[in-house]
Design a protein around this ligand. Structure first.
Ligand SMILES: Cc1ncc(COP(=O)(O)O)c(C=O)c1O
Length: 425
């Protein structure tokens, strides 16, 4: 039954029942965590053999004769450029292969625009009060980068087909202090949405007031399908080239959730202008990234087709976990409609919206019974979800039986928090 239509006495009796269930969970002394999108140990093990690919007998010379044990190769080895070129759909020459973290490359890119600017505009740090568009709910670490650089976030609503493009176009066309937008275009974090062709085309057609406006296209989940029929994301770079707008997008990805989150390889793809600007910075900050790890990855991953085969093994581990999460959400909330949730076809998260004002209480109730969730508000800049209703669930890390327990407890806590709210309003 729909809770807001229940009488006070019905709500009180349901609350009593739920409190008893909650106490039973508390007595189990649980230590569960569905907060962060960490691959499980089983997933990590899928790539362990990569560690044996290079040993003291290996030549460690890359395809074009580069000695990977020595200095040099600032933009990465050719083999990895080819692989990222296939994943991102961007020419090899326009790829920089970096260290182990794409987030690090995003941070560096913003840092580069802050201190050096592009050829036509002053560095961002010299321009007052710059802003970034943030489709929300979104990825908390994107927002942390903005906070670090004191860049003001502007919240943009996310629809199932991507950000609200009417707002994006209006703001970007009118306001020259808006310098960028965060996008997770495929299997967005946390909803699992993929941008529609129309949304990608509208991005490519933007004519920003600021000539140093950039689209930060974080394609973290480019090959992370949960379904046999993956959703297709239109190639932003191709579309931008068609519009004469190739300097707009900077595209990022990594193998963190293909091989090892702690020891993967990251890359970015962009226009010649952007690549030249960024290479200048990279050349100052390092003489080259870890090319042995790049080589190891190239030997292990081989090519795009093989990566898809490898990702199928991830899917076989991940999909049943998403199924568990969705089973509990459907069983508990389809009828009473006190929470809504996404059903992703890929990526790492499920986004749940509870009744307004209840998210922080759900997180608190879960924590007090031994289940750690991502903090309420984390999916919004500065941790402030004005409706206090969004919670991100990350099903990947726990074992399936732990995840089932976590979801049972989560659903009890959502119901309890909702009833508490209804009884006090
Ligand atoms: C959207 C998004 N981008 C980037 C990252 C981190 O990527 P990396 O490990 O390459 O730094 C994550 C990790 O959860 C993510 O969800």
């Amino acid at each position: 039954m729909y809770y807001p239509e229940m009488s006070k006495s019905e709500l009180l009796s349901l609350k009593l029942d739920l409190e008893n269930q909650y106490i039973n969970f508390k007595e189990k002394d649980l230590n569960l965590n569905i907060a962060r999108g960490k691959p499980s140990i089983e997933q990590i093990n899928l790539s362990r053999e990569m560690l044996d690919i290079i040993d003291s007998e290996s030549s460690c010379v890359s395809e074009n004769g580069l000695d990977c044990l020595n200095y040099g190769g600032i933009d990465g080895i050719l083999e990895m450029k080819k692989i990222f070129s296939e994943i991102l759909g961007i020419k090899q020459e326009n790829i920089i292969v970096g260290g182990n973290s794409s987030l690090n490359m995003m941070f560096d890119t913003i840092s580069c625009f802050m201190t050096s600017g592009n050829s036509t505009e002053k560095p961002w740090i010299e321009q007052k009060d710059i802003k970034f568009l943030c489709p929300c709910p979104g990825y908390d670490r994107h927002f942390s980068i903005l906070e670090y650089f004191n860049i003001e976030p502007i919240i943009i609503n996310m629809n199932e087909d991507g950000p609200d493009m009417d707002s994006v176009e209006r703001l970007v066309h009118e306001d020259g202090s808006i310098k960028g937008i965060w996008c997770v275009p495929k299997y967005s974090n946390p909803q699992g949405y993929t941008y529609s062709d129309e949304v990608v085309r509208r991005f490519a057609k933007l004519h920003p007031k600021a000539s140093d406006f950039r689209i930060f296209w974080d394609n973290a989940y480019a090959v992370h399908d949960l379904s046999e029929t993956p959703t297709n994301l239109l190639n932003i770079m191709d579309e931008c080239i068609k519009q004469g707008n190739e300097d707009l997008p900077i595209v990022f990805c990594s193998t963190s959730k293909i091989t090892f989150p702690g020891a993967g390889v990251a890359a970015l793809g962009a226009s010649n202008n952007n690549i030249n600007l960024l290479k200048k910075r990279y050349a100052v900050q390092t003489i080259g990234y870890d090319k042995v790890n790049q080589l190891r990855h190239a030997y292990f991953l081989k090519d795009y087709k093989n990566i898809l085969k490898h990702m199928k093994k991830h899917r076989e581990i991940l999909k049943p976990k998403f199924d568990i999460v969705l089973k509990y959400l459907k069983e508990n909330f389809n009828e009473n409609k006190i929470a809504s949730f996404t059903e992703p076809k890929g990526g790492y998260f499920v986004s749940v919206n509870v009744m307004n004002g209840c998210a922080s209480r759900v997180v608190e109730l879960c924590k007090n019974a031994g289940l750690i969730l991502t903090n309420a508000g984390a999916t919004f800049p500065k941790g402030k979800d004005k409706y206090n209703n969004n919670i991100r669930i990350a099903p990947s890390y726990p074992e399936k039986d732990e995840l089932s327990l976590a979801m049972q407890l989560f659903c009890i806590c959502v119901k309890l928090a909702t009833i508490e709210k209804l009884l006090t309003s």
